[in-house]
Ligand binder design. Structure first.
Ligand SMILES: NC(=O)c1ccc[n+]([C@@H]2O[C@H](COP(=O)([O-])OP(=O)(O)OC[C@H]3O[C@@H](n4cnc5c(N)ncnc54)[C@H](O)[C@@H]3O)[C@@H](O)[C@H]2O)c1
Ligand SMILES: [Zn+2]
Length: 362
């Protein structure tokens, strides 16, 4: 059974998130966009293309006048302006105009890059998201944040640009490498921690079914996470308030990610940062240390490392200070009042961070 929810901005419906177990409903979903005389360009990467491009191309051909594709090499290192430039070239050569559309078929790298090209090509064309990783289904495809990296700076150039549709085929998760699934679980559990104790407990109670990729359980998992992300972005579309809560685990997580030269996956770093965030919350007496341990063992169950080695505490703290500079000198840390309730705190001290890092260091 299909699951559908609508994302609103300023009380107005903007786009639907649809959850399916295959791609077959795609032509019907696109009917309302009247693409009979429109072109569509499927943007995807070199890992996803051999798996799903042909199938999606054939389905889109049923409702669009012309379907072309743009495939770039997989990996964060290609989420940059050079790739965007090649995509612009492809669109110009195929004479894409303002009425034509892009479709992001892949993980967050594809979604962010395709969305950015859609936001900027001819001052903005429509695009749809067809996310194929757990992370992109629960997180990056929703909310309209698009962008690319610039030199060593992650997501340095970007734009807010809402998709017309997010079509999540959770069947694609079956081909996802296990470490990518685990990294996505890091963000999923985070959704529970920051917004819903019930969901958090549900995840822990269904961990076996999740790990064995039971499709009905995964469907419930993705839907619940989508509800949480949707609620947060609806309340705060431009990331001025509540949306910051999604950054739980990200202050130290990003610093670790950077110092590890992106050898660890983003979700793994966020998981480490989340343990540190729980540790600080526990030390302040907001939650118990037992909860922190329980969270860490849940992460381990899903194959996520709960400690990191080869890093120096002071370098990590220094790296968070770089984020701080961009934020008028105040470090904004997300902590937990209780499981299911996060808040923004501006008073986390260096000692608290050191202590928390000590806890996650091997
Ligand atoms: N826009 C946002 O709000 C937002 C939020 C979080 C993260 N992000 C961005 O998302 C990116 C990370 O996304 P990601 O984790 O999806 O990484 P990714 O797009 O690099 O995908 C991970 C890997 O899995 C492969 N892959 C994708 N789908 C597959 C499938 N179904 N079967 C087999 N292989 C598949 C990809 O080719 C890639 O090698 C980062 O660039 C991050 O900055 C954006
Ligand atoms: Zn993240």
């Amino acid at each position: 059974m299909a699951n559908r929810m609508t994302v609103h901005m300023n009380e107005r419906p903007v786009y639907d998130i649809l959850l399916e177990q295959d791609f077959s409903a795609l032509p019907k979903e696109l009917e309302s966009f009247h693409l009979e005389h429109r072109k569509i360009c499927i943007v995807t990467d070199s890992n996803v293309a051999p798996l799903y491009l042909e199938e999606v191309k054939n389905l889109l051909a049923l409702c669009c006048s012309q379907v072309i594709s743009f495939v770039f090499p997989a990996g964060e290192e290609h989420k940059n302006l050079d790739t965007v430039r090649e995509l612009y070239e492809t669109l110009i050569l195929a004479k894409f105009d303002r009425n034509d559309m892009l479709a992001a078929l892949g993980g967050g790298v594809v979604g962010d890059l395709c969305g950015f090209a859609a936001a900027t090509y001819l001052r903005g064309v429509s695009f749809i998201q067809l996310p194929t990783t757990l992370l992109s289904q629960v997180d990056s495809s929703i909310g309209g944040k698009t962008g690319v990296d610039f030199d060593a700076y992650k997501n340095m150039v970007g734009a807010f640009h809402m998709p017309k549709l997010v079509y999540e085929n959770i069947g694609t998760l079956k081909t996802l490498p296990p470490e990518q699934f685990s990294a996505g679980m890091g963000e999923v559990i985070k959704h529970g921690l920051i917004q819903s104790r019930d969901y958090y407990e549900w995840i822990l109670a269904h961990k076996e079914a999740i790990r064995s990729m039971d499709m009905d359980t995964l469907e419930k998992l993705v839907v619940e996470s989508n509800h949480i992300k949707r609620r947060v972005v609806e309340k705060d579309p431009d990331e001025k308030g509540d949306r910051m809560l999604l950054n739980f685990g990200h202050t130290l997580g990003h610093a670790i990610e950077k110092l590890k030269h992106f050898e660890l996956l983003h979700g793994e770093c966020v998981a480490l940062g989340s343990i540190a965030g729980m540790h600080i919350s526990a030390k302040r007496g907001l939650i118990s240390m037992e909860e922190t341990k329980r969270f860490a063992s849940a992460l381990s169950w899903f194959g996520i490392k709960t400690s990191v080695s080869g890093l120096d505490i002071h370098s990590v703290i220094e790296a968070t200070a770089n984020d701080k500079k961009m934020d008028s000198g105040v470090i904004r840390f997300i902590l937990l009042n209780e499981i299911g309730q996060a808040f923004v705190d501006r008073t986390v001290t260096q000692e608290e961070m050191e202590d928390a890092l000590q806890y996650i260091f091997d």
